[in-house]
Design a protein around this ligand. Sequence first.
Ligand code: FAD
Length: 445
Amino acid sequence: MFIIIGAGFSGLAAARILHKAGKDFLVMEARNRPGGRVHTLRYADDRYLDLGGQWIGPGQHRMYELATEYKLEWFDTYNSGKNIIDLKRKIRTYTGLIPGIGLPSLLNIRYVISQLDRYAAGIQTRTPWQHNRAAFYDSISLDCFVRKNCLTRNAYQVLRTGLETVFACNLNEISLLHALFYIKSGNNLNTLLSIEKGAQQHRIKGGMQLLAEHMAQPFRERIRYNHAVKKIIQNEHEVVVSGEGFSYRANRIIIAIPPVLIRDIRFEPALPFQKQQLLQKLSMGTVGKVFGVYPSPFWRKAGFSGQVVTDNNQPFQVFFDSSPADAGYGVLLAFCIADRARHFFSLQEAQRKNLALQNFARYFGRQALQPDHYTDHCWADEPWSGGCYAALYPTGAWTSFQDELSKPFQNIHWAGTETATEWYGYIEGAVRAGERAAGEILSKA
Ligand code: FAD
C-alpha cells in the first residue's frame, strides 16, 4: 500500500503511474478539489477563469502528451496588435517582446538577458551547486546582478517587471544561482518571457484544471478530499499518515505538497535537521491575478494585443488577453506580484475593484470600466498553497542544502514542482517530479 499526499499535478502524476502499475494506493488531499495551484473558476454556466497556472509551451512535452491522451484541445494565446508600455507614467505602444524605450536601454536589456542566458546555460539543473562559480552566484541576489548590469533606469524598470513576473517575487528575494537554475530548467529566459515559442504559448480549452480532473478520474475513488495530513510516523516497516478523523498505514509514501507546508506536518522521527533548516529558509512567491471580463475583447478591434508592461508606479506588472479560444467574451488579465501584491491585496475588495478598473481604463479606454464580471485572487491567502508560483531559494540555500528537498527519508519520497530539475515552478515540472517519485517507490516495491 502506498499513500500520496497532495492531489496537485505532481501527486496526480505519481498516482497515475501507480494506478497503471496496478498498485494499491490512496491520495490524501486537503482541499475539496484536485489541481492545487491550478484552479479554474467556473461561473455563469459556461464561463471560466484560470485563477492559477494556465499556460503551456514548447519544451513542456509531458503537458502536450497528457492533453493529447485525455483528448483535450489547446489554443494559441492571443498575441497580435500593439503592446503597451507605461514607464514614468508615460504610455507608449510597441510590437514584439521588447519595448521601444530608446536604443541605449534596449541594447542594455538585450545584454542583461543574454548574460543571464549565458550563465544559465552553464548550470547543470541536477547539481546547480557544483558549478565552478556557484559560491559567487549564490552569494548575491538576482536584484544585485540586474542593478549592477543595468546602465539606464528604463532598462532596470523593464527588466525588473519582466523578471518579477517570471519568478513572482521581488528580485532581492532569490539568489542569482536560483534564478540561473530556474532559467535553465525552463530552457532560457526568452522562453520564459515569451508567448510565441515560449512558456505562455498555449492554453487548454475549458481551463487548465480540466486536465487535473481528467488525470484524477480513473482513480477518483482512491482520492480522499478534505483530508489534511497533520502527522506522519514511520518505522522501518511502515508509515502511518493521519489527520483529523483519519489514520492510514502504508509501506511508502510520496509527499507532493509545497515545501513551506511540510513544516506544518509533525514527523516522528523528525526530519533530518538539514531538511528542516532548508524548509525554514524557503518562502513562497507572492502573486495575484486580476480579471476584468467583458462582452467581447473590445481592445482587439482597436488594434491592441491586451498586453501591457508597467513600472512600479502602477499596481500591476503585466497584462494579457486571457479570452477563451472562440473569443465569445473578453478577458483582461493583470498580474499583481510581490510588493505590488502586498499593497493591492491589503485594500478592501471594493477599493481593489475600483483601482483595477481605473487602471484597465488607463490603457483600454472607458469601456474597460464596465466589465460583466470582476474577480481578483491572491495566492498568498490560500492556506494550502502558502503563496505561488513556487518556493524561492534565497542566497546561500542552494550551496548549503543542495538536493535536500528531494532526498528520500527512509520510506518517505518527495515530489512537487519544487523537486523538479526541469521546469521548476511549472506544471510540467510538477508532473515530471511526480513521475520520478512514483518510479522511486516502484523500484523499491
Ligand atoms: P500543488 O499544486 O501546490 O499541489 C499540492 C497539493 O497538496 C494541493 O492540492 C494542496 O491542497 C495539497 N496539500 C497541501 N498540504 C497538504 C496536507 N498537509 N495534506 C494534504 N494535502 C495537502 N505553471 C505553469 O506551468 N504555467 C502557468 O501559466 C503558471 N501560472 C501560474 C499562475 C499562478 C497565479 C499560480 C498560482 C501558479 C502558476 N503556475 C504556472 C505554477 C503551477 O501552477 C505550479 O507549479 C504547479 O501547479 C504545482 O503543482 P504541485 O503538484 O507541485 O503543487
